[in-house]
Ligand binder design. Structure first.
Ligand SMILES: O=P(O)(O)OC[C@H]1O[C@H](O[C@H]2O[C@H](CO)[C@@H](O)[C@H](O)[C@H]2O)[C@H](O)[C@@H](O)[C@@H]1O
Length: 304
């Protein structure tokens, strides 16, 4: 997709990773192979962090209808008890990710952490509670102005504007173009006016898969991941993501590796986003491939 977050679909299949012994797919980089070897040798020192939409959940036109891919929660339930810790790091509100993912009250996931809104919110399975800061005042101001800005863009007509807006618990607001007649054209046309709107109210625009999210600055998945890994005391980290918002987490893993930790970067591959595949140690075939990887890790660790 080059510099655009949403590439034109193509028909090339995702690369099929080689299989390491025990049928865990093998990373194609030396650093990734070292990271995987460290995870398999000492899972009690390893943590796994995963993005939600596009990584644990298939992309669907209506954000409310996203659900964890079949087998994702079961695979996590088998893998996570063998690790030091696990987290889901998502742009979604933490409680919504928990509901859509079905992560609560799952055997094996009783110590899962969900970091929502790119790390601003935190949900712990152990307590079932969410910690969230007070909303940035700019979000409410933008909510009031946004329908007018979208109407003026001419991308949607009438009530369709409302289907484009995702009100994210007052902490951020997302504009989706996937259901517009021309999703990429709408995305391109809205980018500048939404950037201007965000700037007027002290927010930033986070571009994603046919989505432009207006959210407060100061936190990203890289900061969230690095802080959480430090907190766990882990010496190995595996991170899996699919979208531009995950690049900060990829950069954090690179930095942790330069500090001496072992790491594995997994791309949940899609035709819509190619930037992560270029930087990953391992590319798998979307959420189905992620679930297969989690299951293979769990199987391997079960027979150790
Ligand atoms: O960090 P993530 O868990 O990947 O969340 C990022 C955004 O994902 C969601 O939008 C994406 O998934 C939708 C459902 O499949 C899809 O309709 C949309 O086109 C995708 O961009 C979510 O709705 C956003 O709020 C998240 O910020």
């Amino acid at each position: 997709m080059g510099s655009s977050p949403n590439a034109a679909p193509h028909s090339e299949p995702s690369p099929e990773p080689e299989r390491a012994p025990g049928s865990v797919p093998a990373p194609h980089t030396p650093a990734g192979r070292d990271g995987l070897a460290a995870l398999l040798a000492h899972p009690e020192r390893a943590v796994v962090a995963l993005d939600f939409d596009g990584t644990l959940a298939d992309i669907v036109p209506d954000p409310e209808k996203a659900r964890a891919h079949d087998g994702a929660v079961a695979a996590l339930g088998r893998l996570v008890p063998r690790l030091r810790a696990a987290a889901v790091i998502t742009g979604r509100p933490a409680a919504l990710a928990v509901r859509l993912g079905g992560f609560d009250s799952v055997p094996g996931l009783d110590h899962l952490t969900v970091l929502g809104h790119y790390g601003v919110e935190r949900w712990e399975a152990a307590t079932g509670t969410v910690h969230a800061p007070a909303p940035h005042p700019g979000v409410a101001a933008i909510q009031a102005e946004l329908p007018g800005v979208l109407d003026a863009s001419g991308v949607w007509h009438g009530t369709w504007v409302e289907t484009a807006i995702e009100r994210k618990g007052g902490q951020a607001i997302a504009v989706h173009t996937r259901r517009a007649d021309d999703p990429q054209g709408a995305f391109d046309r809205l980018r500048a006016p939404l950037a201007a709107l965000a700037e007027r109210h002290g927010l930033i625009v986070e571009p994603g898969r046919y989505v432009l999210e207006l959210r407060p600055p100061g936190m990203d998945k890289g900061v969230a991941l690095a802080e959480w890994v430090r907190e766990t005391g882990a010496s190995t980290v595996l991170y899996a993501g699919d979208d531009l918002g995950d690049l900060a987490a990829f950069a954090a893993v690179d930095k942790l590796r330069s500090d001496g930790l072992a790491g594995v970067l997994v791309c949940s591959g899609s035709a819509e986003v190619t930037e992560l595949a270029d930087r990953a140690d391992l590319v798998v075939d979307g959420p189905a491939g992620v679930v297969e990887l989690l299951g293979a890790l769990a199987d391997h660790l079960a027979v150790r």
